[in-house]
Ligand binder design. Structure first.
Ligand code: ATP
Length: 236
């Protein structure tokens, strides 16, 4: 059984149809990537799943429950957390306070402490900056904070929207290494990326989106080898 199952999903912004019948699945333990050009509908997909965007038709099931009409809070409580595009960390708050905001729906104090220690291990740079205002972090550090904050919600499925956006190549590599580590330690990952090369290199499976439709899918390796994908997304 798929952890996340999406069938024939349609989303409109007024008269614009941004998603034109998308179907996809994410199985427990996987890293699944959605790749596609600007405007393909990647962010709309993520926001549809996390409950921010209203859906026109179709089905979205998470852990066998329909979340088509669920609100974002309920979806987080069910174990699905999104790291939004552009990070959106809370400025005027310290790194520590930002992390704790990620756990605001939890009541298991010991669990929160345990996950805080795990985040400190996964992101040593954050540990050094715990009391600093989050707005003073570098772009890469802010991405790490946004990911750490999402992990504080103890998600079963983590949605990452463009984790590499605006980062220097060396940091992109580091972020993707961390995504693989997070996945290996038991969190399923669905990520959206314009950096198709990096995304396909870590994804077990991937879908290619074009103007609101899935035009190709396969293992990360298959898609990385496909000449259509190479021409359109890998500059080959
Ligand atoms: P990018 O990589 O540039 O972020 P994307 O693949 O994430 O692109 P979306 O942001 O999902 O694409 O946009 C899909 C389509 O929906 C685009 O044509 C976009 O202009 C349109 N769109 C997105 N948000 C809105 C909105 N709030 N109102 C109207 N149209 C929108």
């Amino acid at each position: 059984m798929a952890m996340l199952e999406i069938k024939d999903l349609h989303v409109h912004y007024g008269v614009i149809e941004a998603l034109k019948g998308i179907s996809l699945e994410v199985n427990e333990g996987e890293i699944v990537a959605l790749i596609g050009a600007n405007g393909a509908g990647k962010t709309t997909m993520m926001q549809s799943i996390s409950g921010i965007v209203k859906k026109s038709a179709g089905e979205i099931n998470f852990l066998n429950e329909s979340i088509m009409k669920a609100n974002p809070k309920h979806i987080v409580e069910m174990g699905l957390t999104q790291v939004p595009e552009g990070r959106r960390i809370f400025t005027g708050m310290s790194v520590y306070e930002n992390l704790m905001m990620g756990a605001f729906l939890r009541k298991d104090k010991d669990g929160i402490k345990h996950d805080y220690e795990k985040v400190c291990e996964q992101f040593p740079i954050l540990k050094e900056r715990m009391n600093q205002d989050a707005s003073t972090l570098s772009g890469g550090e802010q991405q790490m904070l946004a990911m750490g904050r999402a992990l504080m919600a103890k998600p079963k499925l983590l949605l990452l929207d463009e984790p590499s956006m605006g980062l220097a190549p060396i940091l992109v590599k580091e972020i993707f290494n961390i995504i693989e580590e997070i996945n290996k330690s038991g969190t399923t990952v669905l990520l959206v990326e314009q950096n198709a090369k990096m995304a396909l290199s870590i994804a077990h499976r991937a879908y290619v989106l074009e103007t609101g439709k899935v035009v190709m899918s396969g293992t990360g390796e298959e898609l990385a080898k496909s000449s259509d994908v190479q021409k359109a997304y890998l500059g080959g």
